[in-house]
Design a protein. Structure first.
Length: 284
């Protein structure tokens, strides 16, 4: 059902493939400069993030990983224009992000499918909002459903779909209006390990094929490395950037075989070493 992003290759052959990272000269798409965010609550002010300076370059796949509550989702929300930073600035293509940033697509852990609409109807929603002609919208949806492996399920309702099929439907809807950047907040967190791997293969393959810049929040260290060109590691709240880790793996990588790759294993171990002190502090 899924098209593999790359043909399986021997581990020693994969290790010799050129990594071809995103060039540092690529245009900056999303830029955080000295960003902090404080939320007012009945119990007092809560500082979610502070002193965040980060550039996401066009075409990059960047993962954000860190302890729960460290502000990873807050950064996505600010890039989407859902709220402004308390301090600093967030820019998109050089302009301050204003409510709401319609050049990005946002996918959360909950698929938010409309139960009274079938698959075709759910994927059409953003196109209907934009007033896309019916024929054009139908053709685009059919093309997307083919890309995500849902051809033949156009008339199925969400209650009739498996967890993975619901995620693919939500992914097709995300891509329907062709956003140039994808903001993804633990979209596969509720899936079992095998299905999560299939969806990881699918999203990275689509992001590469369609040239989408992707910022992906996860708590899964394997996922953080396997998907990323760069991985941004956060401290506990108030979240700051502990380190930005380059991922020198081939851009056209075989996620099914990465666990045999020494670079992949070393990187996941490095992330664990970076995060474990914060985890131990939280336990104390």
């Amino acid at each position: 059902m899924f098209e593999r992003a790359v043909t399986a290759a021997a581990v020693d052959q994969e290790a010799s493939v050129e990594t071809r990272p995103i060039a540092e000269a690529s245009p900056t798409l999303i830029s955080y400069r000295g960003v902090g965010k404080t939320f007012e609550t009945l119990q007092g002010d809560v500082v979610a993030v502070r002193d965040i300076t980060l550039d996401v370059r066009e075409g990059e796949f960047v993962t954000l990983v860190g302890p729960s509550g460290c502000g990873k989702s807050t950064l996505l929300n600010m890039a989407a224009g859902l709220f402004e930073p308390t301090t600093g600035t967030v820019h998109y293509r050089g302009a301050v992000v204003a409510p709401y940033n319609q050049r990005v697509g946002y996918m959360t852990q909950n698929d938010h499918l409309l139960p009274w609409r079938d698959v075709m109807g759910n994927v059409k929603v953003p196109l209907e909002i934009r007033g896309v002609p019916k024929g054009e919208a139908r053709d685009r949806v059919e093309s997307l459903l083919h890309k995500v492996g849902l051809k033949g399920f156009e008339k199925s309702y969400p209650s009739q779909l498996s967890g993975g099929m619901r995620k693919r439907c939500a992914l097709a809807r995300l891509l329907a209006y062709d956003p140039e950047a994808l903001l993804m907040d633990e979209p596969f967190g509720a899936l079992d390990a095998q299905l999560r791997l299939k969806m990881q293969i699918e999203i990275r393959s689509l992001a590469m094929a369609l040239g989408k810049t992707t910022v992906f929040v996860t708590h899964d260290l394997d996922e953080a490395v396997s998907l990323a060109d760069r991985c941004v590691v956060f401290t506990h709240r108030p979240g700051t950037i502990a380190r930005v880790v380059d991922v020198p793996l081939p851009r056209e990588r075989d996620l099914m075989r990465l666990r045999h790759n020494a670079t992949y294993r070393d990187l996941t171990a490095e992330l664990w070493d970076l995060l474990s002190p914060d985890m131990e502090q939280m336990e104390d």
